[in-house]
Structures are given as structure tokens and as C-alpha cells.
Design a protein around this ligand. Structure first.
Ligand code: SF4
Ligand code: SF4
Length: 508
């Protein structure tokens, strides 16, 4: 990672890093780094760090007078930052939501530990993607899970609570419950409730088929913040056939309606591939009609069992056109539009997009924050825990196991991640992802590089700037072909051997 030092010339090195905020100058000073360490350090007796107390007492009428007086200088700095954030939603969240305070503390601790770096090296994960269960009743072709049945070594409730406690103790901010189908677990609500008791933001990714009115009420009562229901298209017949279960489309729509009626924040997501690309506009319109707060494009990543389905992937041109379409809908302003494709941020320079959520900011500020968040989150700001406790950088890299939470603490696994530098470092990447001006905002999908090229540090073949790479893999006409797996493997053998700096479990 490029370390930002005082008077460093990094700010003018590339066009992409030219945007600068006054706070960066301060945060890169050695003495500020030390102060941040002192302020964010845990204090004995569970009374919270100074920074935590300062954030809790900011704009809080009920805060002790002593705190208001003691932390007045910090409150003045926060006032100044808030006026720079030209977005009332974000500005209010800085002081009103625990998850926003937690992210500030995590940033302070990370600067203390690693200095200010681009992208930022984080001392703990901010986002926990939790594949809560392997079980699922649908049979979608793009799913990375081979087996959708119970596993014997699934975490028990005590271990699940310990995971949440460990994540919260290191200032994680958001837990994303996925699967399998997480609503098939009867421990889901208990875990959501436990997350809320720890001040974490909770997001649930479901196919929506089991979201009855009663279940939605239970989820609401547990404190769930957001639910995203996946749908393959606006076409009922097609979706049922693709999922292999008749009536599943209708159940997803019912689930969305029940969720909204229960007062939950409901989004809709769609994994876009060759077979449903033509359905995107109709699905966006469906999302608007149903009144969801957000539409999320899930970027197809060939992984696990879907590694043998590379032919359904979008070509770089199709992906670029899709990003443009999403940005167009986003600008209409009727609902939030997010994408898990790291290239999306380049098409929405005034948007910070992460974990299926996106926020609009003033363009320059968005680019300043964006370069520290650093695009692809795998193993940097996010971490994935599987149903049996295996920890990987991303759900789409099931073979890259960093450890298991039954054997080690989450924070130890995160901090000793053998691929840490490889996932963070941008300038040493192979091909265009190493030199492109947007590499600090996008970084390319590391799982796509891993699964296509067996190297996490190679370029993302789905980007328009890596069209040549795509043509080598999929054929010279730039469109995805129905290439057979053995042909694919032959082509892959032309690339370098895997850069394995850590434990690479299983066949990759
Ligand atoms: S070349 Fe890589 S870093 Fe640059 S935009 Fe494309 S995927 Fe992102
Ligand atoms: S590797 Fe990065 S961009 Fe790709 S899916 Fe995982 S977190 Fe997202």
C-alpha cells in the first residue's frame, strides 16, 4: 500500500489521486497518528475509548456535562466535517447511528496501526459476510454452493454469538446474513438481535420465499435494518424454470410485499448473466413498481460450482453498458441503485457504494473517501465466514481459506491474512488493474481474477480496459462463448502459476 506521509507527493501523482481533503493532511502527520491511538484505545472497566465517548456525547442533550466539556475540541472538528458532507442522511448518521461512530473509531485505530495508506489498511474488518447456512430449497445455476444441505459441523448458537462478539469488539459495523437461504435457520432472529445489542447494522440477503407476514414481523422485532430479496428477472415463468422450483417467483414478490408492509427496509437484487441480461430494464421497472428502496446488481462471479459456467458471464462491453444503464436509473432518483461490480463506482463518481448500499456525496468528497475504502473489499474491509466457521476473503473465493473461527479468533485470522498485501496492493497488479487510473477506487474483482486466472493479483477480465484478456479467455469477438471447461483450462495454462502466499486449500 502507498503510505501517505506529510508533504508526500502522492496527491499529485495521478489524476485519480489528485482530489484532496484538508483532513488528509492532518491524518498523515505522525503526532496525529499517535493521538488517534490514544483516543481510540479501549479503556479498562468497559467505559469506552475517549473517541467513543466523544462521538456519543456529540449533539447529545443527555450526555454528561463533563463529556461535553472534555470533548469539545473533537466536537468542533466533527462540526467542520459535517458541513463538508453535503448529504443530510450521512451527516445525521455521523452522530446518530452507532455504526457510523464505529466506522470512525475503526478508521482511527487503523491509522494508528498502519498509518494513512491508499487504500487504507484496516486493523479489523468493517463488514462481515456470513454464509449463515448451506441449506437452500432452490437450484439456481449461478450459485457457488455445490451442496445445499445441512452440514455436520455448522456453528452452534454459542459459537455464532462468539463470532458476533468478536466482530463487534473490533469495531466492525455491518453483518450481512447470506447463505444458502438464511431464513431456513431458526437461529437467524436470535443472531440479528444479538448484533443489534452490540450496535451493529444488519442486512439480510434472501430469496424471499419464506417471508410470510409473521416472519417479517419477527425479523422487524429482532431489529433487522435491511433485507434484500433476490429475483432473477421480471419474468415469472423464466425465473421459476431457472430456479428449478415452480411458484418461487411469486413467493419472492409476496416476500417483498410482506416485508414492506411490516415496515422493513426492502431492496431487490438481481444477478445478471447472459440468460437474463435482456430482462434488466423490466426488472428495474418491477423494483420501482413494488416500491423497494434499493435495486442491487449482483455481479456474476464464476466460483465454486458455477466455475464451470463461465459462458454465462457478461462480456466487458455488456458489463460497461449495464453500468451505464444502472447509473442512468440511479440519476432518476426514484430508488437507490447499487452494484457489487467494483467498476460501478467509476460510473457514479458522486457515490460511495458498498455491501449493497450506496450513498451520494459531493463528487470530490466521494472520491477522497473512495480511495481509502479502495473498491473491492475482499480481505480488506470485508471478510467472509462460512456456515462451518471457515474464513475467506470473499464468498466467491471458497478455496482461499484463511483460518477457522473454531480454532482462532476472527481478528487474528484477519490480521494474519496471508494474502493481505496481495489484496491491498494496487500498483503491483498484473495487467491494467495495476496501472489504470481508477485502481484505488475499483481495484477489479479479485475473485474474478482468482477464478478465471488462478491469481488474485491479476486483472479482472470483466472490465472494458481488460478486453484483450477477455478475448484470450472467451474468444476474439468479445462476446462470451460456450467454451468448454477443458478449453478454458488449456488457455489458463498459458498464464503464470498461482501466486500463493498463503494456504490454498482445495483445488483451485
Ligand atoms: S482496469 Fe482494473 S482497476 Fe481499472 S477499472 Fe478495470 S477492473 Fe477496475
Ligand atoms: S472479490 Fe471483491 S469485488 Fe469481487 S465479489 Fe469479492 S469483494 Fe466483491
Amino acid at each position: 500500500m502507498k503510505k501517505v506521509e506529510q508533504n508526500d507527493s502522492i496527491f499529485s501523482q495521478t489524476e485519480a489521486l489528485a482530489d484532496e481533503h484538508w483532513l488528509e493532511r492532518w491524518l498523515s502527520k505522525g503526532w496525529v497518528r499517535k493521538i488517534l491511538g490514544t483516543l481510540s484505545k479501549d479503556r479498562p472497566g468497559g467505559i469506552g475509548s475517549h473517541l467513543e465517548r466523544a462521538l456519543q456525547s456529540y449533539g447529545n442533550k443527555n450526555a454528561p456535562q463533563r463529556d461535553k466539556f472534555l470533548y469539545w475540541p473533537i466536537h468542533k472538528i466533527m462540526e467542520r466535517i459535517k458541513t463538508d458532507v453535503n448529504n443530510p442522511e450521512i451527516a445525521s448518521q455521523i452522530s446518530e447511528h452507532q455504526w457510523a461512530s464505529r466506522s470512525i473509531i475503526a478508521f482511527a485505530r487503523s491509522i494508528n496501526r498502519y498509518g494513512l495508506t491508499v487504500p487504507q489498511s484496516w486493523s479489523g474488518p468493517l463488514f462481515l459476510y456470513w454464509d449463515f447456512t448451506t441449506k437452500c430449497n432452490l437450484k439456481c445455476g449461478h450459485c457457488y454452493r455445490k451442496d445445499r444441505q445441512d452440514i455436520e459441523d455448522e456453528l452452534d448458537l454459542k459459537q455464532k454469538f462468539q463470532l458476533i462478539d468478536q466482530f463487534a469488539a473490533n469495531y466492525g459495523i455491518m453483518v450481512i446474513f447470506g447463505g444458502g437461504e438464511p431464513t431456513l435457520s431458526n437461529e437467524l432472529e436470535s443472531c440479528i438481535q444479538h448484533c443489534k445489542e452490540k450496535g451493529l447494522y444488519t442486512s439480510l440477503h434472501s430469496h424471499g420465499g419464506f417471508l410470510s407476514t409473521e416472519r417479517c414481523e419477527k425479523l422487524k422485532q429482532s431489529g433487522l435494518d435491511y433485507i434484500e430479496v433476490s429475483i432473477e428477472s421480471a419474468n415469472e415463468e423464466y425465473t421459476d424454470k431457472y430456479r428449478g422450483v415452480s411458484g418461487s417467483w411469486g413467493k419472492s414478490i409476496d416476500g417483498i410485499r410482506n416485508g414492506i408492509a411490516s415496515g422493513l427496509n426492502v431492496g431487490m437484487s438481481m444477478c445478471v448473466r447472459q440468460d437474463n441480461l435482456a430482462e434488466v430494464k423490466a426488472t428495474l421497472q418491477l423494483a420501482q413498481q413494488e416500491g423497494v428502496c434499493q435495486f442491487t446488481h449482483i455481479n456474476f462471479v464464476p466460483a465454486g460450482q458455477s466455475k464451470e459456467q463461465m459462458q454465462i458471464d457478461l462480456s466487458p462491453i455488456q458489463r460497461k453498458e449495464l453500468m451505464e444503464l444502472l447509473a442512468e436509473y440511479r440519476n432518476k432518483g426514484n430508488m437507490g441503485i447499487a452494484s457489487t461490480a467494483p467498476q460501478y463506482g467509476i460510473h457514479c463518481a458522486d457515490s460511495l457504494s458498498f455491501c449493497g448500499h450506496s450513498f451520494r456525496l459531493e463528487e470530490k468528497l466521494s472520491r477522497v473517501i473512495g480511495k481509502y475504502l479502495g473498491g473491492c473489499t475482499a480481505g480488506r474491509t470485508s471478510i467472509c465466514v462460512g456456515p462451518g466457521g471457515d474464513v475467506t476473503p470473499c464468498v466467491f473465493m471458497p478455496e482461499r481459506i484463511m483460518g477457522n473461527i473454531k480454532e482462532s479468533k476472527l481478528i487474528e485470522i484477519f490480521q494474519t491474512n496471508p494474502w493481505r498485501d496481495l489484496l491491498s496492493e494496487r500498483s503491483e497488479r498484473q495487467g491494467n488493474c495495476g496501472s489504470c487510473k481508477d485502481r484505488y477506487y475499483c481495484g477489479g474483482c479479485r475473485a474474478r481474477a482468482q477464478n478465471y486466472l488462478n491469481r488474485m493479483d491479476h486483472s479482472d477480465p470483466g472490465c472494458i480496459l481488460n478486453q484483450k484478456l477477455w478475448s484470450q479467455l472467451h474468444g476474439s469477438n468479445g462476446q462470451a462463448t460456450t467454451m468448454q471447461v477443458d478449453q478454458q483450462k488449456e488457455l489458463l495454462s498459458n498464464f503464470d502459476t498461482p501466486s500463493v502466499r498463503g494456504r490454498n486449500i482445495g483445488k483451485s
